[in-house]
Write a protein that binds this ligand. Structure first.
Ligand code: C2E
Ligand code: CA
Ligand code: CA
Length: 402
């Protein structure tokens, strides 16, 4: 796209529908409201016309030879910031599923239009476009390309220089609200750029062969902190996140046990959190390592439960001690029946399997009350405590004799 075209695209709305008259219909309303409108009836044209500066995208979910899901994936991969309007003749369940999918891919859904278009749809298009015009233009918003994307060399230097450190987020008893433990969350504190969150460096560390070094650093620093806390008379229980890749490393159980001994932290005070997605794939190899970790008395937690499609058999066979209900379900449990059902059944399933259940991402009293009433033992979330540096973390009571 040349500069003039890029400029023209800035206030443009792009419409994709294999029915030409639908495209023209939406395009007419858009033009009425002063938008530049482009439409296409196939994905190839759509992909060529697509630009990050678009102000709105109208998308037909049912296209011959291609379903809307693939287009949603394309938009997500391209970090589309344009409000998305889904158009479909499908029933509301299908459209709702597409909307949720788009949202989980980071897209903003501005509205849904049901086909065939009637008068109601016409006024809905006016309303949506008027809203779109009021919202900030994508070009004024921080662009993905403007976000600092560190590379492996920068991370390697940061590890050398001690810039990757553990933060601690408290886990609370759901009924008494007493601190029961803390989850360690890695942070990269860059002297110039400030705090960099793990979503921006863990996947890269996994991809570029730095995850073992990073994990070693984070674990050593957190266990050293635990030793200090223990010497001060506290009884810290910590949870460490383990990348699924490490479950392929046969020496992991002994390496962790050696570290626990070195820093004088009993393994039973250490919970290892493993995302549910790690259980999919070569489960027997993971089961070997998980079993040996359990034999060394580490606690084992299934993290992000509900997102990874592990089978019930894997969950039942794995020697887990804790299950963490994923925060995406907690966030919607009070507004979406489906999410609430997942929260309820995950808690019940965890208990049937003899696991302690933790709900993460608790941001409101109502969410806390819901999971507490469902029997969830522990909670974690911004309502009760955000992740913070070790200096900002307070344990409840010193041990009587230590
Ligand atoms: P996770 O293990 O599921 O950790 C929970 C994430 O949710 C953390 O994000 C935490 O800061 C955030 N969080 C906690 N309470 C709330 C809340 O009430 N609302 C919301 N919206 N978020 C909340 P964070 O620290 O950005 O970590 C993201 C992910 O990075 C973690 O997800 C974990 O999978 C990974 N990670 C962090 N540290 C490490 C590490 O040392 N090693 C490995 N392998 N992964 C790590
Ligand atoms: Ca975790
Ligand atoms: Ca989690």
């Amino acid at each position: 796209m040349n500069q003039a075209e890029a400029k023209a695209a800035q206030s443009a709305v792009l419409i994709l529908d294999d029915e030409r008259d639908m495209c023209e219909f939406v395009a007419d309303v858009g033009s009425d409201l002063g938008f530049k409108t482009h439409w296409c009836d196939n994905f190839e044209d759509f992909a060529c016309r697509y630009s990050i500066d678009l102000q709105g995208i109208f998308l037909d979910l049912a296209m011959p030879g291609m379903d809307g899901v693939e287009i949603i994936r394309f938009l997500g991969d391209n970090h589309s910031e344009a409000p998305l309007v889904l158009m479909s003749g499908y029933d509301s369940d299908v459209i709702d599923a597409a909307r949720r999918l788009a949202e989980t891919r980071g897209l903003k859904v501005a509205g849904v239009l049901h086909k065939p278009f009637m008068l109601a749809e016409l006024s809905a298009i006016y309303k949506i476009l008027a809203e779109v015009r009021r919202s900030p233009r994508p070009s004024a918003v921080e662009r993905p390309k403007d976000i600092y994307r560190p590379d492996a060399q920068a991370l390697s230097n940061a590890l050398d220089e001690g810039h990757v450190v553990p933060y601690f987020q408290a886990k609370f008893c759901a009924s008494t609200r007493q601190v029961k433990g803390a989850e360690v969350l890695a942070r990269w504190i860059d002297p110039e750029r400030g705090l960099i969150g793990p979503d921006r460096f863990i996947p890269m560390a996994e991809q570029d062969g730095l995850i073992e070094r990073l994990t070693d650093t984070v674990i050593r620093k957190s266990l050293a902190q635990c030793r200090l806390w223990r010497r001060l008379g506290f009884a810290p229980r910590v949870a460490l996140n383990l990348s699924p890749l490490l479950l392929r490393w046969l020496d992991l159980p002994d390496a962790l046990l050696d570290m626990a001994r070195e820093y004088e932290v009993p393994p039973e005070q250490i919970m290892l959190e493993i995302t549910e997605t790690a259980l999919v794939g070569d489960f027997s190899a993971s089961l070997d390592i998980l079993t040996r970790l359990r034999m060394r008395r580490f606690g084992l937690s299934v993290d992000d439960f509900g997102t990874g499609y592990s089978s019930l058999k894997q969950l039942q066979q794995g020697p887990f001690t804790e299950l963490k209900v994923d925060q995406s379900f907690i966030a919607k449990a009070l507004t979406e029946e489906g999410a609430r059902a997942i929260v309820e059944s995950s808690i019940a399933l965890g208990h049937r399997l003899g696991l302690k259940v933790v709900a993460e991402g608790i941001e409101t009293e109502e969410q806390l009350e819901l999971v507490r009433s469902l029997g969830c033992e522990e909670v974690q979330g911004y309502l009760l405590g955000r992740p913070c540096a070790a200096e900002g973390f307070t344990w409840p009571q010193p041990l009587p004799h230590q």
